[in-house]
Design a protein around this ligand. Structure first.
Ligand code: GGG
Length: 359
């Protein structure tokens, strides 16, 4: 979707905790790429969708947030959550989940790739051995917040929460995943299920996989129950190519995958509205990490790699590839690795090392 004038309006939303620390490094890489490849970024920084904003206003976002973001080409997001101030279910539901749902970002695309320079906790694996995508359904499923809480605080207390799966919602994310698999060398799709225990929604999900598979005759597919699938991620991650999953299962798998390849700190994600009607959102997989926030030691690679995914989405493929090359060079260098990768670089030093290699 390259704009003819190659000028992009980007909403920059650092969010909470280490989101505020890694975001400047994501922006540093973007600005270096814009200078080197001749496009213009109009970066609009926003202080909402974070718990500081909640402390001041009693809500995570202004009522007119959509008007403020009207016309942006993409959202570049950091992390959300500061449970000491705002319960997690409020901070997430009033920010990130609003963006995903209101902008119909029904695909959450998350790579799982063993990168050079990143020590793999699984013995004997080298870069190239593990390289697959998790496609997470992103607007319905288990994260639908349909249910009720009755008789709170009494011994008759009841809580009910429903999973919502629509044929429209399931089919479109499955087609996206099959389509992605059809463009890859191995052309294989794995679907996460739990149809033996979750006996209404998951058999429906499985049946939609079988209904759509014939549209993609070149793609092989299989199904795994989520429990054994998580075990296979640890034991045999090299067998996967594209993995499609419901909202909850995809959330879990896309943290587990990067953990199996060394660190969640490098993992990016794209929350995509594939039809382009609404802007897409790019963010690292990791959260706000209150345990290390404020120390300047967070790994900024997940944020910078999210910038790569954003530039690919905007049609700036050359610039995206240049940033990716800079990330890879930094990960194998002596001075650019952060502590989670057994290095000693600060967040800023790692970001500066990446930016210096772009161009
Ligand atoms: N940058 C990602 C982030 O802030 N994640 C917080 C979180 O809890 N996310 C849950 C989700 O992705 O659904």
């Amino acid at each position: 979707m390259t704009n003819t004038d190659r000028r992009y309006r980007i909403a920059v939303i650092p969010g909470d905790g280490i989101g505020k620390e890694v975001m400047p490094e994501g922006v540093r890489a973007l600005e270096a790429a814009a200078a080197a490849f001749g496009f213009t970024l109009d970066l609009e920084w926003h202080d909402f969708a974070c718990c500081d904003y909640y402390a001041r206003h009693g809500q995570m976002m202004p009522d007119d947030w959509k008007a403020r973001l009207d016309g942006v080409d993409a959202l570049f997001f950091g992390a959300v959550g500061w449970p000491d101030t705002v319960p997690d279910h409020i901070s997430l539901w009033q920010s990130l989940l609003q963006f995903r749902r209101e902008y119909d970002q029904y695909v959450n695309l998350r790579p799982v790739r063993l990168m050079p320079g990143v020590p793999c906790p699984l013995a004997g694996r080298k870069p190239g051995d593990i390289d697959f995508w998790v496609v997470r359904e992103n607007t319905e499923g288990e994260y639908s917040s349909v249910g009720g809480h009755m008789f709170p605080g009494t011994d008759r207390e009841i809580v009910i929460q429903e999973t919502v799966m629509t044929r429209h919602g399931v089919d479109r994310v499955l087609r996206y995943a099959f389509d992605l698999a059809s463009k890859r060398e191995r052309r294989h799709l794995t679907s996460a299920t739990k149809s033996n225990g979750i006996a209404i929604t998951m058999p429906f999900w499985d049946a939609r996989v079988e209904a759509i598979a014939p549209e993609y005759p070149g793609v092989t597919h299989d199904k795994y129950h989520i429990d054994i699938l998580t075990a296979q991620f640890v034991m045999n991650p090299q067998r996967f190519d594209v993995v499609v999953a419901s909202n909850l299962f995809g959330d879990i798998l896309s943290d587990l995958g990067p953990a199996c390849t060394g660190t969640i700190g490098v993992a990016p994600s794209a929350n995509i509205n594939p039809d382009g009607r609404f802007p897409s959102l790019f963010e690292p997989v990791h959260g706000s990490a209150p345990d290390i926030a404020g120390q300047g030691i967070a790994n900024p690679v997940g944020q910078v790699w999210s910038a790569v995914m954003m530039l690919e989405h905007l049609g700036e493929a050359e610039a995206a590839a240049a940033i990716m090359g800079a990330i890879e060079a930094t990960l194998v260098s002596d001075n650019g690795r952060t502590r989670d990768l057994s290095g000693s670089a600060s967040t800023e030093a790692c970001g500066k090392a990446i930016a210096s290699l772009i161009g």
